[in-house]
Write a protein that binds this ligand. Structure first.
Ligand SMILES: [Zn+2]
Length: 224
């Protein structure tokens, strides 16, 4: 059969699609088997190039969700990009998990006054305001980490709110660390604006933009 959501070839009656993450129901198996049958008949037409392929699936109202999500692109049978979902898989399964755990672990260290490990006591003795700021920022980091888990679940469940909440998470994360660095510069009177920092802000902004474009193109996969 084929996955009725992303077209990935799967073993019959697969419980879940490893490519797009959809949990598959018996209705999906039925739709997936129909797709597979059509695919076999039309297989010789398929170009060797995997990046783009001609839309091969004829419109069929009984095809259920696949017809609703995919057939709209194939009105004239023109070439349509086949949407890869590897980045989605990486973001939802790995990247968000790591950043959620990292935020909660590091946030807890900040809340406990251990931002600089064994040097923390000296540091906070020198800059008492940082003691307060780090504890507040620690709480923010823990909340951001918890939100990352929420976003991850939304993406895995293909919630319509998934992609927008991912962007929101990245923006909140960037803005809160920006505020932290600005206040820390005032509190310590030191210049923390290194090229490393400027570069990492640039990378964050680029990531936000790339993710927006990527998920905007895949809106049809997030309809739960
Ligand atoms: Zn799939």
């Amino acid at each position: 059969m084929r996955c009725p959501y992303c077209g990935q070839r799967l073993p019959d009656r697969a419980g879940k699609c490893p490519s797009c993450g959809h949990v598959l129901t018996p209705a999906d198996w039925e739709a997936g088997e129909k797709l597979e049958t059509k695919e076999e008949i039309r297989e010789p037409e398929r170009p060797a190039d995997g990046g783009f392929q001609r839309e091969q699936r004829a419109q069929d109202p009984s095809d259920g969700r696949f017809a609703r999500t995919q057939a709209s692109h194939s009105a004239a049978g023109q070439a349509v990009p086949r949407m890869g979902m590897k980045w989605y898989w990486f973001v939802s399964r790995i990247s968000l998990l790591l950043s959620a755990v990292n935020n909660i672990v590091v946030g807890t260290q900040y809340v406990m006054g251990q931002a600089l490990g064994t040097q923390s006591a000296d540091y906070y003795g020198k800059y008492p305001a940082m003691n307060v700021l780090d504890r507040i920022y620690g709480i923010v980091m823990i909340l951001v980490g918890m939100y990352a888990f929420v976003v991850r679940t939304r993406l895995i469940r293909r919630k319509a709110s998934g992609p927008s909440s991912l962007i929101r998470l990245y923006v909140i994360s960037l803005v809160s660390s920006g505020i932290y660095i600005a206040v820390a510069m005032l509190a310590t009177g030191t210049n923390l604006l290194t090229w490393d920092l400027i570069l990492s802000v640039g990378i964050s902004l680029l990531m936000i933009l790339i993710n927006r474009i990527y998920f905007d193109k895949r809106k049809q996969y997030f309809q739960n």
